[in-house]
Ligand binder design. Structure first.
Ligand code: ZN
Length: 191
């Protein structure tokens, strides 16, 4: 359980609820796609196109299905991520974090991770148990909050994407090589 329910309300994306965006599913790119290795650029323009991007990312994330998505994963090199904060299956809710920075981290926990951009692979990754996040909302307003456990893990995973880092980069060389070999087989089978 997270104890920041109050925060959810304040950083939800009101724009997405207020207007009806025609949402579009985007193609999720997968490793070894080069754009996943590039650093995303800071966002300075908070316009309708940004809100549309966030809406599309949310739609694409849920369709996958996933619980987090960074813009790099759909080939957009902008610092924005969406993270699922749904309390139940029926009512899906997510937040968009623009220019997110993890300013503090404490504790260390290992937990299973997978990634929509890393096919057919899951592994245990060590992350901070608790983090402090500073970001902006879709209007450019600053937001900052603490996150713990699963919520913190997803944010760390997504913020990594914006730096061109994948969760497999946190694994030992041995494990990473095992995955690369597995991927070769997957790619070969798909030819
Ligand atoms: Zn990922």
């Amino acid at each position: 359980m997270y104890h920041h329910d109050y925060l959810y309300k304040s950083i939800l994306i009101p724009e997405i609820r207020r207007y009806t965006y025609v949402m579009a599913l985007k193609k999720i790119l997968t490793y070894p796609e080069p754009v996943l290795r590039k650093k995303a650029k800071r966002i300075t323009i908070f316009d309708d196109a940004l809100k549309q991007l966030a809406a599309d990312m949310g739609e694409t994330m849920y369709n996958a299905p996933g619980v987090g998505l960074a813009a790099n994963q759909i080939g957009v090199l902008k610092q924005i991520v969406v993270v699922d904060i749904s309390k139940d299956e029926k009512e899906k809710e997510f937040i968009a974090l623009v220019n997110p920075v993890i300013s503090e981290g404490e504790g260390c926990v290992a937990g299973e991770e997978g990634c929509l951009s890393v096919r057919e692979y899951e592994a245990k990754v060590e992350r901070f148990q608790k983090i402090h996040v500073a970001a902006q909302d879709l209007d450019g307003e600053p937001i900052s909050f603490d996150a713990e456990d699963r919520f913190a893990r997803i944010i760390q995973h997504e913020v990594d994407h914006l730096q061109g880092t994948l969760f497999i980069d946190h694994l030992s060389t041995l494990k990473k090589n095992l995955y690369k070999r597995k991927l070769k087989k997957i790619l070969k089978a798909g030819e």
